[in-house]
Design a protein around this ligand. Sequence first.
Ligand code: AMP
Ligand code: GLY
Length: 423
Amino acid sequence: MNVLLVGSGGREHAIAWKLSQSKKLRKLYIAPGNPGTAQHGENVAISDTDIPALIAFAKSKKIDLAVIGPEDPLSAGIVDEMEKAGIMAFGPSGAAAQIEADKAFSKQIMRSNSIPTAEGRTFDKFEDAKAFIATRDEPVVVKAAGLAKGKGVFVCDDPSEAILAAERIMVGKLFGDAGKTVVVEDKLLGQEASILAFVDGKSIYVMESAQDHKPIGDGDTGDNTGGMGAYSPAPIVSDAMMNQIIREVLIPTVDGMNRNDTPYKGVLYAGMMLTQGGPRVLEFNARFGDPETQPILMRMKSDLLEVLVAVCQGKLDDVTIRWDQRPAVCVVMSSGGYPGNYEKGKVITGLDAAAKLKDVMVFHAGTAEKDGQIVTAGGRVLGVTALGDTIAEAKAKAYEAVALIAFEGAYCRKDIADKAIKQ
Ligand code: AMP
Ligand code: GLY
């Protein structure tokens, strides 16, 4: 098969690496890709949101399957457009992707299908949001309803802080149109877990669990980022907990999306808070998580291309996925200053030495090639991922690889997977 993978992050490098192992793959293109994906296929200089150019390219190269990584093209309807052009595409329709792109829609789906989530309300007018928040004395969370690169959520400990957040989003237009509507909901306490499932419209296949590390600092301190590391499995997600999440969240969501005439196909990612009162949904994503995909795919033994095709053809029931029982840990190396301002173009050394370590993959995210060298080109630069017999071993191995890699200003958290080790 000829495959076009859309996107350029660490997630896409992991997907490209995994697809390249498929016997069914003839040619892999990645648009726009990064120097990591170029090791497994041919990068094409088309932006991941230039849907007409992506379709023209797919037609010209007789692409059999398009795999869409990021949320922006998904919510803009790239899958609908690909299918109209006769190209099989992995991912939800634009309407179904609103489960991630519009938190008001996602809350509505949860409410009408009794899916456990934080109590909350949706507001289009700042004055209404302010009046509601003023009546609350518990901590609340204020969220821009639209896509804000993981930065649209404010966890506030008192009403004045929450009102300020709503004002910055709705009046100050901090996230532009993504903040026209806000969701105000109760703050939940507990550990988070990422549950990713393949969904083919009716059937569900749940992948191994994972846990992300959103804040920049050790001990979950500081500003939220796109994710500073992840591990799989998440020991906090016992079999019983996973079954409860499948029963109370995944099945009713897929059924509810069907009843809503927005059937779901692709990866459904449930961001969960495991509270004392049971699992609650924090958010849905309409795609593979980043960086969760890096450790999850390191552990997948089956042919990813076959699974993606089965999803597109509505034949997920025929699929069984084999997993490496060993845990995997991914440590993100980022540019100094991220998630705030940072410099780019720093030369990265040690990539070859790290790649020689057994059971280690260095997934590229924000990198570029310049004059024959690999340089930094984004906030999250690399996802250094390792398998180990235990989670502690996987962690040690990942940090051993991190220690071999250097660039000016390089930063990583030192405590990735510690929560799992303590568990
Ligand atoms: P979201 O984009 O909705 O997943 O939110 C990003 C992050 O904000 C989550 O991973 C949580 O750490 C935090 N968060 C979101 N909603 C809540 C909530 N209701 N209670 C506590 N923390 C939350
Ligand atoms: N790791 C969080 C996300 O992919 O949105």
